[in-house]
Design a protein around this ligand. Structure first.
Ligand SMILES: O=C(CO)COP(=O)(O)O
Length: 253
């Protein structure tokens, strides 16, 4: 049985005060980490305080991006060493907003995934197709290519420990969720690709999240699908009540 992993991705939202209020409202309420993995991926300036405040609770803290180098002349960037020292445990990599707005390539995402493992961070690797690609029937090929390029060069054990987030771009922040069947169909394909790329054990172990307009009203249906092992949630992760409903749903799957 794969444990469900529910991650909030706050994107560029909240103030330091609001982030702290969220942590105080949720850190004692999330289910035990043995039942479901509950993660909040927050902007860099909030991470240190959030890690301190969640110490000893089942709420874990993730970053939303990082550079692949350890240090150097990369003005404005944050390194995996910095995140690790703070006590951050997860990092979202290759989100479609990073790929589209900040022009991150598959090669850069792959370097970041390696850097995450080299520094003991668990990567949440995002893949997903545009509406044009879906309409042109290119979804499976596109997602397969993104998955293989992101995982290139990893060991089988590292692949098994990767969290892959399938986020169809047309469903992000649009209120337009993929149907649970559409979402599961792609997640099943991703698992098959992992099996061919690594081995059957890695395919069985790898956790595959769905992301794109997930909310308390649709999360149960999505998580009940055979190959969906969690959710990566933007808008509906910003409020404590809503986030708690999402992690509670993860506990029941
Ligand atoms: O991009 C997402 C999570 O990474 C999804 O965002 P929404 O849940 O707001 O659609």
């Amino acid at each position: 049985m794969r444990k469900q992993v529910i991650a909030g991705n706050w994107k560029m939202n909240k103030t330091h005060t609001e982030a702290n209020e969220f942590v105080q409202a949720t850190k004692h309420e999330v289910p035990s980490a043995s039942e479901v993995e509950s993660i909040v991926c927050a902007p860099f300036p909030f991470l240190q305080k959030m890690v301190e405040e969640t110490n000893g609770s089942s709420l874990k803290v993730g970053a939303q991006n990082m550079h692949f180098e350890e240090s150097g002349a990369f003005t404005g960037e944050v390194s995996p060493v910095m995140l690790k020292e703070l006590g951050v445990t997860y990092v979202v990599l290759g989100h479609s907003e990073r790929r589209e707005i900040f022009e991150e390539t598959d090669e850069v995402v792959n370097k970041k995934v390696h850097a995450a493992f080299n520094h003991g961070l668990t990567p949440i690797v995002c893949v997903g197709e545009t509406l044009e690609q879906r309409e042109a029937d290119q979804t499976m090929d596109h997602v397969e290519s993104q998955v293989k390029k992101a995982l290139e060069g990893l060991t089988v054990e590292q692949i098994a420990d990767t969290i892959i987030a399938y986020e169809p771009i047309w469903a992000i922040g649009t209120g337009r969720t993929a149907t649970s069947e559409q979402a599961n169909e792609v997640c099943t394909h991703i698992r098959k690709v992992v099996g061919e790329f690594a081995n059957t054990e890695a395919a069985e172990a790898v956790r595959i999240q769905y992301g794109g307009s997930v909310k308390p009203a649709n999360v149960d249906e999505l998580l009940s699908q055979s190959d969906i092992d969690g959710a990566l949630v933007g808008g509906a992760s910003l409020e404590a009540d809503s986030f708690l409903k999402l992690v509670e749903a993860g506990k029941h799957e």
